[in-house]
Ligand binder design. Structure first.
Ligand code: SF4
Length: 474
């Protein structure tokens, strides 16, 4: 069984690679995401310009977080809402629970919120006896399956249509029906969820943006479930992390320009909604109370560190979709709330290097993640810095540390280094296969089965060529 522990990345990955259903689902999802993003970007004259605008907007906010949070609070209060500051995940869960208990809530509907995954909010609410219903289709599916999300924007991406049909048959007592088409599955989920939307006492959503100049929050979904969760119950609770703040609506617009295109290949989701406070006396619809809980959970420290750029992340998922590691092992293998390249940086920062130090090694350093990131986050550089910290804190394996120590000894002694290179060149000649172009390394059958190690050519080594050239100089 896949373990929810980031330190188990390697055994989890081995299992994931053997899982044929998962491999089918991942292959299908990958081609869909990549193609849609490519097309959406091709339709824009200058996507680089949009990216720069979005990055500048986010950076302006990160440079001024404490003041923006105060301004957001002031404007939210003026609109009738209330801000709560949560330093830790437990604080956030306690604030939500207090609100629910004060309102004597029983049924809670939830829109997608990665922050609530970070704080394990559902578990906290369920332990207090509340009935929590996820309303994003993907989240609903994995809630039925009792699994965590495997992607930050497509939580059930690891499930095939057949697996979802099986889940629905098991959990919905609706008798015989045709669940072969995706449209039938969607319709059934809609029917089941509609009753819960109408019965909910509290709706909890995440937020993609917190706009300081107006006190508004923006929610972007693909199904409109966020809007129903926010407007139907009498209480709306928003869970968001500190870095969601932006200065004003123009900056929010700049970020939305790149979010949809990078995430789902849409110019903008049809369900992009700004909420400013609860229902006003003259309005018919909307909640009576609106609470925005802003979670820090170590982000203030990250902001002061060499990893501050990571807080520019807008959770578009593009780095996951383009990562050769994520697309082969899926999100659960990471054993953490945030998978893929962004998760491999965020997890050690949020949960500590002791817990997350294996994840920065889950990268080939191909650099694709940084190339596609609309927020210009230098993910490979950040992963490298975390690997350095892992090495300094001696969290990497003893064998690997000894190899590095030996290499650093060798590399600083030119005579020994050249002797070693000659010995390696000689040995690799003995290991060539019949074609003479590949090496067969003894005792590494697993490696050889999956890959080809090319043999070095018989040409004169560079250093010898260089020396000869120097000798020929007058
Ligand atoms: S790191 Fe960049 S590409 Fe990855 S989710 Fe965040 S914004 Fe998107």
């Amino acid at each position: 069984m896949i373990q929810r522990d980031a330190r188990q990345f390697i055994p989890n990955s081995e299992q994931a690679l053997q899982d044929t259903t998962l491999q089918t689902a991942l292959a299908r999802a990958k081609s869909g995401f990549l193609g849609k993003r490519r097309k959406a970007i091709a339709l824009v004259d200058d996507f680089e310009f949009l990216k720069q605008q979005a990055q500048a907007a986010k950076q302006r906010a990160l440079d001024n977080i404490p003041a923006l949070l105060d301004q957001f609070e002031h404007n939210l209060n003026a609109a009738g809402g209330q801000l709560h500051r949560a330093a830790t995940p437990d604080d956030l869960n306690r604030i939500v629970l207090d609100i629910c208990q004060r309102r004597q809530a029983k049924i809670i509907t939830k829109g997608k919120s990665m922050v609530s995954e970070e704080t394990h909010l559902n578990t906290a609410l369920e332990q207090a006896g509340l009935d929590v219903v996820e309303t994003d289709l993907g989240e609903y599916i994995i809630q039925l399956a009792k699994e965590p999300p495997s992607h930050i924007i497509a939580p059930a991406v690891h499930k095939t249509r057949q697996a979802v049909a099986e889940l629905f048959r098991h959990h919905h007592a609706l008798g015989e029906r045709d669940l072969n088409e995706i449209s039938n599955l969607v319709e059934e989920a809609r029917q089941m969820l509609r009753q819960r939307f109408l019965a909910a006492d509290v709706g909890i959503t995440g937020a993609n943006l917190l706009v300081a100049s107006t006190g508004s929050i923006a929610i972007v979904t693909n199904e409109g479930n966020g809007d129903l969760t926010a407007t139907l119950p009498p209480v709306h609770i928003v869970t968001a992390s500190l870095e969601k703040l932006v200065e004003n609506l123009e900056d929010a617009g700049a970020i939305l320009e790149v979010l949809g295109r990078s995430a789902t290949g849409q110019a903008m989701s049809a369900y992009t909604t700004f909420f400013t406070g609860p229902k006003r006396p003259s309005e018919l619809d909307g909640p009576e109370e609106m609470h925005v809980i802003v979670l820090d959970n170590g982000r203030s420290d990250i902001l002061q560190s060499e990893f501050a750029a990571m807080l520019r992340c807008i959770r578009c998922g593009a780095c996951l979709n383009h990562c050769p590691v994520y697309s082969n092992v899926g999100g659960h293998a990471y054993g953490s709330v945030y998978p893929g390249p962004m998760g491999s940086v965020l997890t050690p920062l949020l949960e500590g290097l002791n817990q997350g130090h294996v994840l920065p090694n889950a990268s080939t350093f191909c650099g694709r993640c940084a190339e596609v990131c609309p927020m210009g986050i230098p993910l490979p550089d950040l992963l490298r810095k975390l690997r350095e910290q892992e090495h300094r804190q001696q969290l990497d394996s003893t064998g690997w540390r000894m190899v590095l120590r030996f290499y650093s000894w060798l590399a600083t002694r030119p005579r020994w280094f050249h002797l070693a290179m000659r010995a390696i060149t000689f040995t690799q000649r003995l290991l060539r296969d019949a074609s003479g172009t590949r090496l067969r390394v003894p005792f590494s059958n697993g490696w050889n089965r999956q890959r080809e190690l090319p043999a070095a050519p018989d040409a004169t080594p560079f250093l010898q060529q260089w020396q000869k050239q120097q000798e020929r100089k007058p």
